[in-house]
Structure formats: structure tokens, C-alpha cells
Design a protein. Structure first.
Length: 134
């Protein structure tokens, strides 16, 4: 029994709950396998490095539904804050319409239910909102 507990603790300790100052919310983090967590952290890093393909993949990343998706939306909003809206728009403008819609939905819930609840994309990121609703 103790070997299994040690194995579980080892696997959990290998997962990352923060990437370059961006916190991965508990509901998203806990529901991930080590492989999913590695993929998510890599996508966050690549997006911060201005890779539009990584942003595209983030908009479709499996978040487990419910609160996990709110957490993914919060991660995305944190990326916008960290990069700045203008730089993020350069990536987002390259997305297909379906991915833009997914991004807008994730940002909407991430801002509304994130660390500072009640924020709105129209106020926080007005230029990005226009790009995502074209």
C-alpha cells in the first residue's frame, strides 16, 4: 500500500501548477494526468513565446468541463495580461473563426469567475474583444 501512495505522490509532485508566473487553477490542475499537464505547460510557454499554433491548441485544450474550463479561461486571461493586449491580438488574429469563438468563451468565463470575479472582456480587453467578435 505504501508503494502505491509513494507512486501517487511522486506523480503529483511532477505536475506543474504554475508556468512563468501564470497559475493553473486547482480544478484544472487536479483533473489532469501528468501527460496532460506537461502538454498544457508547454502550450502556455509556447504561447508566451508568441506561437499562434500553441494558442490555437490552447483554445481546444481538454479542461474537463465546468470549473476546469473556468481555470483554463483564467490562464488565457493571465497570458493576455502578461503579453499585453496588442501582442496577444497578433496571435489571436491568426486563429480560425471557430478557435476565436472558443477563445472568447474561455476568456469570458475566465475573467468573470477568475481571481478577481466580475471582470468583462469588453472592459479588460476591448481591442481583443473586437477582433474575436468580427
Amino acid at each position: 500500500m505504501s508503494i502505491y501512495l509513494l507512486l501517487i505522490l511522486t506523480i503529483l509532485s511532477c505536475k506543474e501548477s504554475e508556468v512563468d508566473g501564470i497559475e493553473i487553477g486547482q480544478d484544472l490542475y487536479i483533473g489532469q494526468s501528468l501527460e496532460q499537464n506537461n502538454k498544457l505547460t508547454e502550450l502556455i510557454t509556447q504561447t508566451l513565446n508568441k506561437n499562434s499554433n500553441a494558442l490555437s491548441e490552447l483554445t481546444e485544450f481538454w479542461c474537463g468541463g465546468g470549473a476546469g474550463c473556468y481555470d483554463l479561461g483564467t490562464v488565457l486571461s493571465d497570458i493576455v495580461y502578461k503579453m499585453n493586449e496588442t501582442e496577444f491580438i497578433k496571435l489571436a488574429s491568426k486563429l480560425e473563426t471557430q478557435r476565436k469563438n472558443s477563445l472568447k468563451g474561455l476568456l469570458d468565463v475566465g475573467l468573470e469567475y477568475g481571481y478577481e470575479p466580475g471582470r468583462k472582456i469588453e472592459i479588460e480587453f476591448p481591442k481583443l474583444n473586437r477582433i474575436l467578435t468580427e
